[in-house]
Design a protein. Structure first.
Length: 351
């Protein structure tokens, strides 16, 4: 009996050790998932403002297995921006604050691209469009250390900035800018229509080259479109997680699609969901005579992998990190408990 009592302090130590390991795993898993996603955020995107209504929007796509919408900041009536390439939460927050303060696009770019503010500025990329008392200003920045092809283009008349990195070539950006700016022969063309057409044009030009293989072009794993109306709350997306349906700052339009690498082009489903949304939320545009922009179809469907990725986008990278850590910690605790149980049985049998 005395020998059995002696095992209690050992068991306590083992349990404390197990809890410590769980906490370490939680932090490590969360940081590694967040860091990997942030550093590999090669992307192409379109940022735009409707000068008449004050609506603001972003559309983008990337060859990453998490929600691409994490780059987005929207401040209705004032402007919109993307923070991409090697993502930095601090930089996204800074851009968001400056937009809310009404700082103009060129000044925002000047601040966040200054080496005294960000020593790693050469691996960053930004696109910003602002609206101040009816005056539109557009600006972009592409750090020199971004993977080729990388660059940005703006059209102040159309209040739009297009940017991307790790692209097939420069036509990904230029094609998106052209598609955004063109008008149908008749009928009203809405901001969301322009954004989605521009994203499709970028995909048709090759998109993110990491997702393309010798026998097919997928152009992206994740694609999204977000538009906030002028009377909505400001919105800053969370990396790796889509906004909840009941989030008061969730934009008027928010659609996000994720596909496994080697699967279908997410732009296909994005278009289908957008058409449904448009039918419910925008006036018909039957006489808008646009030539359809066909995007590469990508590979075969992978429903199980897609279901997992969709779950990740709902709970977020931090949630995934916590889940992985808890599972690993539980397994370790079970192993420790099993070892103690077997050791106690052995001691009992020897006595």
């Amino acid at each position: 009996m005395d020998k059995i009592k002696q095992t209690k302090p050992i068991l306590k130590v083992v349990l404390i050790l197990g809890v410590c390991i769980v906490l370490i795993l939680l932090g490590t898993a969360g940081r590694s998932l967040y860091g990997a996603a942030a550093q590999e955020r090669s992307t192409y995107s379109i940022v735009a403002v409707d000068p008449v209504t004050g609506d603001v929007g972003v559309a983008g796509a990337s060859c990453v297995p998490i929600s691409a919408g994490g780059m987005t900041t929207l401040v209705p009536g004032k402007g919109a921006a993307v923070t991409q390439a090697a993502f930095s939460l601090q930089n996204q927050t800074k851009v968001f604050e400056l937009l809310r303060q009404g700082v103009k696009a060129n000044e925002i770019i000047k601040i966040v691209s200054d080496n005294s503010y960000d020593t790693e500025v050469e691996i960053r990329q930004y696109g910003v469009v602002t609206l101040n008392e009816g005056i539109i200003e557009v600006a972009g920045f592409t750090g020199k250390a971004n993977n080729d092809w990388a660059g940005d283009q703006q059209d102040s008349t159309m209040a739009v900035s297009v940017q991307g990195n790790t692209l097939e070539d420069a036509t990904v950006v230029s094609s998106a800018l052209i598609a955004y700016s063109e008008d149908g022969e008749s009928g009203a063309v809405e901001l969301p229509d322009r954004l989605l057409r521009a994203l499709e044009a970028a995909s048709a030009a090759g998109g993110d080259r990491r997702c393309n293989q010798a026998n097919f072009q997928q152009t992206a794993q994740a694609a999204f479109i977000a538009v906030a109306k002028a009377d909505q709350l400001p919105f800053a997306a969370t990396i790796g997680r889509d906004p909840a349906p009941d989030d008061p700052a969730r934009p008027w339009l928010y659609i996000s699609v994720i596909e496994p690498k080697g699967g279908p082009n997410p732009l296909l489903e994005l278009r289908n969901q957008y058409n449904d949304w448009r039918f419910e939320n925008l006036p018909p545009c039957m006489d808008c005579e646009f030539t359809q922009i066909l995007v590469p179809t990508g590979g075969d469907a992978k429903p199980l992998s897609k279901a997992f990725l969709q779950m990740v986008s709902r709970i977020g990278l931090v949630g995934v990190g916590v889940g992985v850590g808890c599972l690993a910690g539980f397994v370790l605790l079970v192993c420790f408990a099993g070892i103690i149980y077997l050791w106690k049985r052995k001691r009992r049998s020897s006595t």
